[in-house]
Design a protein around this ligand. Structure first.
Ligand code: AMP
Length: 303
């Protein structure tokens, strides 16, 4: 099985050792397991510390503190998501960006698969949003700019995320946003027709199961920007079929409360465009006056 990767000089050493057939294989005994961090659909996530494993020292960057996601093979098989998990691991382990959660490596035993993940100390963005109801323009713009930078990086590597939503975002120790879940991401070598993800964040071409490309992520980021500022996604409806209709018609309304600047509304309107080729490109988003005036250049939101 593949080993974890870092950019450290050690990695080169380990890689060359690996190519010489001396691969470091992770096992559970390489970690001290700490408190549970949360529970997902297929297992649990624990805080963990890598025991000093010289001469490998693979997780130097993380100070050896990681989040260990433990997935039960039986549940993965039952839900037929093994393929999806393989793709997620393959894609996420090759991405290196401050706003993308690192996947350092993985290992497995008879019953479980273990993912060694970067620890996001401030937890789920979703909970923060629930707590605050909605975010300030400064906070929203800082997050939107960080996500745009992360997505520009992904798209440059021919990866589209396709499932940008608050539940898939974590917050690091400094308050920086981390895209955490690549379960629905794909390499974009062929245009995809698969229908996936939660309806609320999907663009018209995906709810209609048409071909789509990287511009789906621009739409989802527009939905997210709206939700940051208003506390609810723009096309929310009681019935699935109504959400579907509202997305396809781009039935975008800006409620009077909370008060949101016209610059923010302008940006959202340029992202939530039915014709995917007309959506504001992500590099242009970073130059939009609302982003320039509100986003903290450090990408860190300080409360
Ligand atoms: P998941 O199975 O990815 O949905 O994870 C379940 C829960 O564990 C999440 O909702 C988070 O609260 C927590 N969690 C998952 N990954 C991490 C991480 N890398 N750092 C901190 N908490 C995490």
């Amino acid at each position: 099985m593949a080993i974890a990767e870092t950019n450290s000089p050690q990695q080169e050493k380990v890689s060359s050792e690996a190519s010489a057939g001396e691969k470091k294989r992770w096992t559970l005994s390489d970690f001290d397991i700490g408190k549970p961090l949360g529970r997902g659909k297929f297992g649990h996530v624990y805080l963990a510390r890598e025991k000093r494993a010289d001469p490998y020292v693979l997780l130097e960057q993380s100070n050896h503190i990681v989040a260990l996601k433990v997935l039960f093979k039986s549940q993965l098989q039952q839900s037929q998501v093994e393929h999806q998990l393989r793709r997620e691991v393959e894609i996420q382990s090759h991405l290196r960006h401050p706003n993308i959660l690192r996947l350092y490596g993985y290992f497995y035993d008879q019953k479980r698969v273990y993912l060694i993940l970067e620890y996001a100390a401030k937890g789920e963005l979703y909970k923060e949003l629930q707590k605050c109801k909605y975010f300030s323009e400064r906070r929203s713009a800082t997050y939107v700019a960080s996500l745009a930078r992360a997505l520009i990086y992904c798209h440059g590597k021919h990866v589209i995320h396709r499932d940008i939503k608050p539940e898939n975002l974590l917050i690091g120790a400094q308050g920086e946003l981390k895209i955490a879940d690549f379960g629905w991401s794909v390499h974009t070598f062929n245009r995809r027709r698969t229908m996936c993800g939660t309806l609320d964040y999907l663009p018209p071409e995906m709810v209609e199961s048409l071909e789509h490309d990287a511009s789906v992520d621009i739409w989802s980021l527009g939905v997210l920007c709206y939700e940051f500022l208003y506390g609810v996604p723009p096309f929310e409806a009681k019935e699935h079929s109504d959400t579907y209709r509202r997305i396809v018609q781009v039935d975008l309304k800006f409620p009077p409360k909370p008060i949101v600047s016209s610059a923010a509304k302008d940006l959202i309107s340029q992202m939530l465009v039915k014709d995917s080729s007309q959506r504001l490109p992500l590099h242009k988003l970073l130059e939009h006056p609302w982003v320039v005036q509100n986003a903290d250049p450090s990408g860190i939101y300080r409360a």
